[in-house]
Ligand binder design. Structure first.
Ligand code: DGL
Length: 274
């Protein structure tokens, strides 16, 4: 093992705060790993933008993360994973994973009645990437996709258990209930934070798949296979570093409300320079 390389951080990126749900699972499940997180808070949302734009943003972010000497990259954004991961991973020698494939794999293994629901941003749902991955694994599975764009602002407003959020969830999810899905993929970074409301609306018989958790498991397997897992270093003073393209203070407050770690500082950078 190249110890210096194994001790390098993992680069994790998202359009903003949502990818923190993925960072949180990496912190919980791979506690020896260090993280450099980038949230593109100046240019979110990604979910309503075109593939070309997301590809351009993702390329800039990869260039920035490389300056931080990361050993691997996690596209912690469903939209970026759907639109850009294939391209950017071909262009770089760094190992990369996204959130879509791990979520799709587990959903395909979980369903019993062969009917899976996928909820996400307009971009992710419109790309049909979850459906394609699921049907690559098991062509007979029916995948019903639904964009739920209002969930993101509701989470960012912290209206996680509000009646309004419940009503919005009822309205978005009624079609999936009628279609009798037995598995539902939370295909947007923010949705794991609405897990309890979504679970209540869908009912106990529906299994919710959290791609953030599955991505952390996939990352663990990938690091082990490539002999890149951090053996655990003594230098633990700043295991996690956070960068954003705007509103660093607001990001920090949100991060501290969901992470099992005290985010002391978030640094604003000009991502357009990369
Ligand atoms: N992070 C995005 C995703 O998972 C959601 C927020 C956005 O649209 O930027 O698709």
């Amino acid at each position: 093992m190249n110890r210096e390389l194994a001790e390098a951080p993992i680069g994790v990126f998202d359009s903003g705060v949502g990818g923190l749900t993925v960072a949180r699972e990496i912190m919980r499940n791979l506690p020896a790993e260090h993280i450099v997180y980038f949230g593109d808070t100046a240019r979110l949302p990604y979910g309503s933008k075109s593939r070309e734009t997301i590809l351009m943003f993702s390329r800039q972010i990869i260039r920035f993360l490389k300056t931080q000497q990361v050993k691997a990259i996690v596209a912690a954004c469903n939209t970026a994973s759907a639109f850009a991961l294939d391209e950017i991973s071909k262009e770089s020698d760094l190992p990369m994973i996204g959130v879509v494939k791990p979520g799709a794999q587990v959903a395909a293994q979980t369903t019993v009645n062969g009917r899976i629901g996928v909820i996400g941003t307009e971009g992710t749902v419109g790309s049909h990437f979850y459906r394609e991955f699921i049907q690559d694994i098991a062509p007979a599975i029916t995948v019903i996709e639904k964009a739920c764009p209002l969930f993101v602002p509701l989470v960012e407003e912290r209206w996680i258990h509000d009646t309004i959020t419940h009503q919005v969830a009822e309205r978005y999810l009624s079609e999936l209930k009628e279609q009798q899905v037995d598995t539902l993929v939370l295909g947007c970074t923010h949705y794991p934070l609405l897990r309890s409301v979504i679970g209540e609306v869908m009912g106990e018989s529906v299994t919710l798949v959290n791609p953030a958790y599955e991505t952390a498991q996939e990352l663990k397997r990938m690091l082990k296979a490539k002999d890149l897992a951090n053996p655990g270093s003594d230098e633990k003073e700043f295991p996690y570093r956070f960068f954003v393209s705007d509103l660093a203070e607001k990001f920090k407050v949100f991060a501290n409300s969901i992470l099992p770690y005290d985010v002391g500082m978030t640094q604003k950078i000009d991502i357009e320079e990369y």
